[in-house]
Write a protein that binds this ligand. Sequence first.
Ligand SMILES: Nc1ncnc2c1ncn2[C@@H]1O[C@H](COP(=O)(O)OP(=O)(O)O)[C@@H](O)[C@H]1O
Ligand SMILES: [Mg+2]
Length: 198
Amino acid sequence: MNQKNITWHEGKVQKADRQHLNGHKSALLWFTGLSGSGKSTISVEVERKLHELGHHTYRLDGDNIRHGLNGDLAFSEEDRTENIRRIGEVSKLFVDAGIITLAAFISPYKKDRAFARSLLPDGEFIEIYIQASIETCASRDPKGLYKKVKKGELKNFSGIDSPYEIPQSPEIVIDTENQRIDESVLQIVNYLKNKGFI
Ligand SMILES: Nc1ncnc2c1ncn2[C@@H]1O[C@H](COP(=O)(O)OP(=O)(O)O)[C@@H](O)[C@H]1O
Ligand SMILES: [Mg+2]
């Protein structure tokens, strides 16, 4: 990174001004978990609920971002790290814009999630571990990926032949094997209410 001759130019509208205009605070809801655990499903429903409640939201989702901004990246450890670094930086901009941002990425490495957390002030990075065993994920197999792994057509798959490092102290744990989607949505929305974000 070359930061020589680069000076930050302060604006006259700040994050707090945007939040004030919106009537709620902004934060980053970071959904992490195995493929098929339910990150996309739950984040979509959380966003819909927040929108219904009149809040400003934006959702960043793994596959969608890999179609565009991160279309040049694959699934090596290095590329996964770069994927999360860019998402972290983009999410930070959205939070700065006053928006409740939902990021749904496997994000298998602790250090990468810690990096994304480090970009935001305390409390604004909300790590949500979407929990389901690898067996459950493989039986759901919403995108047919586990089937491909089994046939040997897909490599570097998190939880199988690539690591998934379980979050040690996430702000929220969602047990998708024992709770319904609507219960999970309520749990997350209530967290935002209890912490005074909305
Ligand atoms: N309780 C639950 N919570 C979330 N998803 C569930 C639950 N029960 C079954 N599912 C299903 O699991 C699948 C999760 O897929 P998806 O959201 O695409 O996962 P991810 O984005 O984590 O890869 C969906 O087909 C969803 O309908
Ligand atoms: Mg998904």
